[in-house]
Design a protein. Structure first.
Length: 258
């Protein structure tokens, strides 16, 4: 366990980000069975990261968004999203990122998220603070919301929810990036929809270390299952300081089916 090096994982993410940048701006994509985008860059980077993990930690499991799925029953399982925000990547937008998370017994243990277009590396270990590059980060929890506070939301917000919020909304196109902007205290909160393990594994480790929380928009939804196996991840989720969750629940109102 003590041979897991956060700096090594950071290097994996940064190297993968440089590979991604070599494709950025001239990307060819295709649709997967779920109609989401995939590119040669996604597949190449996942192979690159999985090879590094397997060489360094052959006794660990690995789950990747594209193909990797081995030994998920093991104590340590790496969860890799080679490009989180592939649609943004394809569109030439810069908010996509490389996400590498490590779960221990299914729970977030370590996370690294690298945004290549900005050179921003977010990371946290099992104990201690969360970091953006070499600076510690923390969520915010203001007593009063104002017009300059903002929420990271999905692009489909207007079709699925009514929002009563005095501030602004921004669409980043990446679940991992949404979590990071909350963790760094830039966004007041975020609404995640249709998340999967690879979208959040790294981000949850960073969010926890930054003092943040994740909770279903519907308080009746159970979060007893781990992020590796929990169907609750596909439910609408709120990310914020713990003290802000209940107030955000009242701000988002799901629309009736049309």
């Amino acid at each position: 366990m003590n041979d897991i090096s956060i700096n090594e994982v950071r290097n994996w993410a940064i190297t993968a980000g440089q590979t991604a940048l070599s494709y950025f701006g001239h990307v060819e994509s295709r649709r997967k069975a779920d109609r989401s985008f995939v590119t040669e860059a996604d597949e190449t980077i996942e192979r690159q990261i999985v090879a590094a993990i397997s060489a360094r930690h052959p006794d660990h499991g690995v789950l990747g968004e594209e193909q990797a799925n081995t030994h998920l029953e093991r104590e340590f399982v790496w969860v890799v999203d080679p490009i989180d925000g592939t649609a943004a990547f394809v569109a030439g937008l810069g908010s996509w990122c490389v996400s590498i998370g490590l779960l221990r017994y299914g729970q977030p243990y370590l996370g690294v998220i690298y945004v290549p277009t900005l050179g921003d590396c977010y990371y946290a270990e099992s104990t201690g603070d969360a970091y953006l590059n070499e600076q510690t980060i923390h969520v915010i929890s203001p007593d009063v919301w104002d017009g300059e506070h903002w929420l990271a939301t999905p692009a489909s917000l207007h079709r699925r929810f009514d929002l009563d919020f005095i501030g602004k909304t921004r669409v980043l196109g990446s679940t991992a990036a949404q979590i990071c902007y909350v963790a760094r205290g830039s966004a007041l909160g975020a609404l995640l929809v249709d998340a999967r393990s690879w979208d959040v594994a790294a981000g949850l480790a960073i969010l926890r270390a930054a003092g943040g929380a994740i909770a279903p928009l519907d308080p009746a939804v159970s979060t007893s299952a781990t992020p590796l196996e929990g169907a609750w991840l596909s439910e609408p989720l709120l990310v914020a300081a713990p003290q802000q969750i209940e107030r955000l629940r009242s701000a988002f109102r799901p629309q009736a089916p049309r």
